[in-house]
Design a protein around this ligand. Structure first.
Ligand SMILES: [Zn+2]
Ligand SMILES: [Zn+2]
Length: 305
């Protein structure tokens, strides 16, 4: 079975986001969609998957019509297994969290660079190229020469940048997975006095669609079952989610307690009871009794006899 996946967002005033919820849920039922939609008074942010190209197209048309944006950018990819367990709509104050609901991006502004413009500008002298994503997203793939802020979440980004003492006139190129984090990030940076900041339009997903195997290296973390997509936007064959912490993991282990196969991340590999177990549950028991399931009861019984 093939799934047609699309990621998109649009900042636009939505008077009553709650009212769109039942309409979207009915549409999702009709089109067999799975994924997540975040609605707010500032717009829509979503990654969705449909079981056919036609169904995905119908969804896109609904979005284009409802939000009166015929040329909205959709970042498409495909996969074999459903990337989400179900469909859900959430209504939130911010459609991407920067804890600055007062900042509403204007998507018509001229600080967006196409993948072509991006490739040119990143080669200019003195340009700072900054990855706004989390440290584990950076670790599995990023642009050649990109700075890693090493943050745990996006809300830490503006503060991190202030600490670097970069010249506020310096040309800065910032990027994220699909572009939405940078939309808000740029406004916050402008408010802090940075005058020369540009963002990659549509983020890494749009870049890889147009320029695979070019200036981006490695894979791109995504927030669904695929864990990451490769240069050709195919689901990662390399990474699974670590059962202990939810970060990308590439080291295969066999559980010391129940023999189930799992992938454990580099951090959790440093802790013995996590390095050798397949789940939080097995780790919990393994820490107290590092042996196979059932063995403990067996030994206790042997000691009693
Ligand atoms: Zn882990
Ligand atoms: Zn286990």
């Amino acid at each position: 079975m093939a799934y047609f996946v699309s990621a998109f967002y649009y900042f636009t005033p939505v008077e009553n986001p709650e009212a769109l919820k039942p309409e979207l849920e009915a549409l999702a039922k009709k089109l067999n969609l799975c994924g997540l939609v975040i609605l707010g008074k500032e717009g829509i942010n979503s990654t969705l998957a449909a079981p056919s190209k036609e169904n995905l197209e119908e969804l896109k048309n609904w979005v284009r019509t409802t939000f009166q944006k015929p040329d909205l950018l959709f970042k498409d990819s495909q996969c074999e297994k459903a990337p989400f367990n179900r469909f859900s709509v959430k209504v939130r104050t911010e459609i991407v969290t920067l804890k600055t609901p007062e900042l509403t991006p204007d998507m018509r502004s001229n600080h967006h660079l196409s993948p072509e413009e991006w490739n040119q500008m990143m080669k200019e002298e003195g340009v700072l190229l900054i990855d706004t994503r989390n440290w584990y997203e950076y670790n599995i793939g990023t642009f050649k020469g990109a700075v890693n802020p090493n943050i745990d979440q996006f809300t830490e980004f503006p503060e991190w940048l202030e600490k670097q003492n970069y010249d506020k006139k310096n040309k800065m190129l910032i990027f994220c997975t699909g572009g939405i984090r940078c939309e808000k990030g740029i406004l916050e940076l402008q408010r802090k006095g940075y005058e020369n900041v540009y963002q990659l339009e549509g983020g890494i997903l749009n870049y890889l669609e147009k320029k695979p195997h070019d200036q981006y290296e490695g894979e791109c973390f995504v927030f669904d079952h695929r864990v990451a997509v490769d240069q050709d936007l195919k689901p990662s064959a390399r990474y699974k989610l670590c059962p202990h912490c939810g970060q990308p993991a590439e080291t295969k282990i066999e559980c010391g307690r129940c023999d189930t196969e799992a992938f454990v991340c580099v951090d959790c590999l440093k802790k013995a009871f996590k390095a050798e177990t397949c789940s939080k549950n097995c780790a919990y028991h393994f820490e107290r009794f590092p042996g196979k399931k059932g063995q403990r009861q067996f030994l206790e019984k042997a000691n009693r006899d």
